[in-house]
Design a protein around this ligand. Structure first.
Ligand code: PLP
Length: 813
């Protein structure tokens, strides 16, 4: 280990010469990055093996977190932090003439996820390892991550994210651990020894090859594994060559279809994507992941009846739901289990997290597609459904309605959420409000049938990446003030409460925020050539672009502020900088049009001399984990303004809170819990409550056009979307936005909440003017953010759902 700077420098220089044949003065930043990564891999290699060995010999229960997405971001800085090598390496590199932050920029940002769901999985990996749990990730090694976003003439343009182009220093290909996955074919049924047996024949084989990424825990060298699967051809080219030209073409077609399985991440944030390829990806993950889990389990030499005591399989949303019928298939067809005992084992092994209430995001697959691609798995799904519906009718003979509401197969569709609930022992929502809505609204009949399965696990974020790594100065100030216990026990941040009204502490908090704002301002200057006022309020909304997240309300409000300034150019105002970052799904035209609108407004506002620095608007392209780490520590105001009842939890809200930004938000997702802790003094709430939204949906009573006609400010900004003026327009550019509000009656209540939002924004400005009181609120936010550390979340999953305890200390085993 390099806890000594000189040792590190010596080892580093040796590596540079022996691996690259270069001296320090010939090396490029990319070389430095690569050597650093390789060094760390070597340092942790032994501990990685020892962690695995300890798990094996101790026979600890293992958790496998199955997720189609892991939005990891960069690893270098976080790995150094968790290894306790950050300072040594930073100082050592500085002696050698390099800046660690610049070297970190060399690393591609691993974008194997769309947004919150994938980032949650990544935070969970960090917490599992840091707390010493035997918990691993299981995902897909997409060749292309989430698209890279460029803004060209104000429009989003998508470019492929070729993140593996220069190799990946963290991964380890394990060809010897490859797994066969089967698609298509047909099922032959026969009798063997008085037992019905099922054989799938004429199937297509694909190799799943694992690439393992070490997940390094904080402090005591606990190294878990994130296993990412890549699809490879299982056809023998030599054999094909002998079979002549026609089969050669088949060979090429087959290869192309295999490669496409792990080629790219679907860029849909929440909508249902009805593609065969997506179903293939899901089964590929489930089958490869599960077979590999069982292979490890078999080394324990136990009966499969013991599986639930040794293995927990958790599914992150419904995307990996096929683990349920796949486990049934393996137990019945390969291990000789009867149906009931297989069902018993399966439903005591699998647990499920629900991530959304949006009906368009509840996954459904066409029956013929599932039946053809996965014939045996489909038979099992059908049988689960048949037995489930039979049970319902037996228990509730008069309730045919229940059967049609709860069946897994309805009409021509397989409903994955129903399968996930029926086939698992735990169903959790991701924030209190979300879980209540699940139980009492969206999944109500399931809650009534299985009340004991439903539970809440409010999301969290790792404070190591989002505070210690992203905001080292704040982290240092906290440690200087309350000691370092908070790092292992983040709820200890509460001790900062006693510094809330300490003027010198307030001054230091403000100083750190100022420094972070200056850094972001320099980044903006360098990227866009726009000077922003570091004394202005940095008001930030960064997240995926979606109707329910209401970036539209934010930008309409900015247009309104612009109008006010134009009406009274000499009036005194609190200078404000509005910062946006958001990717839109490539096929989501309304969202793309909102991106264009933000950019048009930015262009107008930033170049109007009459605005004179009172207002600036920025759209920062390619929002990603590494960009989030630059933006969030610099925010004064966090925009969490979704339509109440729509955002399951949010995790961006927590990152801002932890970095001392004040939230303007609705009572939605985890904002509700933030508000419970912070009270009205430390948070700016506005807007409809979720029951009010529900009532409007159920009973009507909202007319966007009435609001438009009644509020002159609203009418003015809406009209500015479609009539000649500062923001308009080339050929009805924003007509779609206008229509979505006025012709389709504003599905997300943008106009309904506008007045309250505008009023609350005035209160934000007034509060900002009193910088001491603002600092005190900011400290209160940081102090309460420990509750949202994913360490706390993971401890709750471990105790309530997985029934596991930390494996520690490893080295005594
Ligand atoms: C945290 C995070 C998200 C989720 O943000 P929300 O505001 O909760 O939607 C999305 N993308 C990235 C890159 C993140 O870091």
């Amino acid at each position: 280990m390099f806890n000594n700077k000189e040792l590190f420098k010596t080892a580093f220089k040796e590596q540079l010469v022996s691996r690259l044949g270069k001296n320090m003065d010939e090396a490029t930043p990319a070389d430095i990055y690569k050597i650093l990564g390789t060094l760390i891999r070597e340092v942790i290699g032994r501990e990685w093996a020892e962690t695995n060995q300890a798990y094996k010999t101790q026979g600890e229960k293992q958790v496998y977190y199955f997720s189609m997405e892991f939005l990891i971001g960069r690893l270098l800085g976080n790995n150094l932090l968790n290894l306790g090598m950050l300072t040594t390496v930073r100082d050592g590199l500085r002696d050698l003439g390099w800046n660690l932050e610049e070297i970190e920029e060399q690393e591609p940002d691993a974008g194997l996820g769309n947004g919150g769901l994938g980032r949650l999985a990544a935070c969970f990996m960090d917490s599992l390892a840091s707390l010493g749990y035997a918990g691993h990730g299981c995902g897909i090694r997409y060749k292309y991550g989430l698209f890279e976003q460029k803004i060209i003439d104000g429009h989003q343009v998508e470019l492929p994210d070729d993140w593996l182009q220069k190799g990946n220093v963290w991964e380890e290909r394990r060809a010897d651990k490859r797994i066969e996955v089967r698609f298509w074919g047909r099922v032959e049924i026969s009798e063997e020894d008085g037992r019905t047996v099922f054989h799938t024949v004429d199937y297509e084989r694909v190799w799943a090859v694992p690439y393992d990424v070490p997940i390094i825990g904080y402090g005591d060298l606990h190294v878990n594994t994130l296993r990412l699967w890549s699809a490879e051809s299982a056809m023998d080219p030599a054999k094909m060559r002998m079979e002549g030209q026609r089969s050669y073409h088949q060979f090429l077609d087959y290869n192309r279809s295999v490669e496409s399985i792990s080629e790219f991440l679907y860029p849909d944030d929440s909508g249902y994507e009805g593609k065969l390829l997506r179903l293939k990806q899901q089964y590929f993950l489930c089958s490869a992941g599960l077979q590999s889990v069982l292979r490890t389990f078999e080394k324990l030499g136990l009966s499969y009846h013991e599986l639930p005591h040794k293995v927990a399989v958790h599914i992150n949303d419904t995307h990996p739901t096929l683990v349920i019928p796949e486990l049934m298939r393996i137990l019945i067809d390969e291990k000789g289990f009867g149906w009931d005992e297989a069902w018993d084992v399966t439903t005591r092994t699998v647990s499920y997290t629900n991530h959304t209430l949006l009906s368009e995001a509840l996954e459904k697959w066409p029956v013929p597609m599932v039946r053809e691609l996965l014939p045996r798995v489909y038979m099992i799904i059908e049988e689960i459904n048949k037995r489930f519906c039979g049970m319902l009718l037996e228990r509730f003979p008069q309730r045919q309605d229940l059967v049609s509401r709860m069946a897994m197969i309805e009409g021509d569709q397989v409903k994955m959420a129903h399968l996930a609930i029926i086939g698992s022992y735990s169903v959790n929502g991701v924030a209190q409000l979300h879980t209540e809505l699940l139980k009492n609204d969206v999944m109500k009949p399931f809650y009534e049938l299985y009340p004991e399965r439903f539970n809440n696990k409010t999301n969290g974020i790792t404070h190591r990446r989002w505070l210690m790594h992203a905001n080292p100065k704040l982290s240092q100030l906290i440690s200087d003030s309350i000691g370092t216990d908070w790092i292992r026990h983040p709820h200890q941040l509460l001790r900062l409460e006693s510094f809330k009204d300490d003027p010198s502490f307030q001054e230091r908090i403000m100083e750190i925020k100022r420094g972070n704002k200056l850094r972001l301002a320099a980044y903006i200057q360098q990227k866009q050539g726009i000077a922003v006022d570091p004394a202005s309020i940095f008001d930030v909304q960064v997240k995926r672009l979606h109707g329910y997240k209401r970036q539209l309300m934010n930008i309409l409000h900015v247009m309104h502020l612009y109008n006010e300034i134009k009406d009274q150019p000499s009036a005194d105002r609190v200078p404000r900088t509005f910062i946006f970052g958001a990717k839109a799904a490539p096929g989501y035209y309304l969202a793309k049009s909102i991106i264009k609108l933000i950019n048009v407004v930015a262009d107008v506002v930033n170049h109007d001399p009459q605005i004179n620095g009172k207002l600036k608007v920025l759209f920062l392209e390619n929002y990603s984990v590494s960009l989030a780490e630059k933006i969030i520590p610099a925010a004064n105001v966090s925009e969490q303004i979704s339509t109440a009842g729509k955002e399951a939890s949010g995790t961006g809200n927590m990152k801002f809170m932890m970095n001392g930004a004040l939230t303007i938000g609705t009572l939605d997702g985890a904002n509700v819990e933030m508000h419970e802790m912070l009270g009205d003094d430390n948070m700016f709430l506005f807007g409809l409550r979720s029951e009010e939204v529900t009532n409007y949906y159920k009973f009507g009573g909202y007319l966007a056009r009435e609001v438009y006609n009644a509020d002159a400010r609203i009418k003015r900004v809406m009209d500015q979307l479609v009539s000649p003026g500062p923001f308009c327009c080339h050929e009805q550019e924003f007509g779609m936005i206008y229509q979505s509000i006025l012709d389709h009656n504003d599905e997300f209540f943008v106009l309904r909440d506008f007045a309250d939002y505008a009023k609350t924004q005035v209160a934000v400005e007034q509060a900002f003017l009193n910088s001491q009181s603002w600092a005190s609120k900011s400290i209160a936010n940081i102090a309460h953010a420990g509750y949202f550390s994913s360490d706390c979340t993971i401890n709750r999953y471990a105790a309530d759902i997985w029934q596991i305890r930390p494996v520690r200390p490893l080295l005594e085993v």
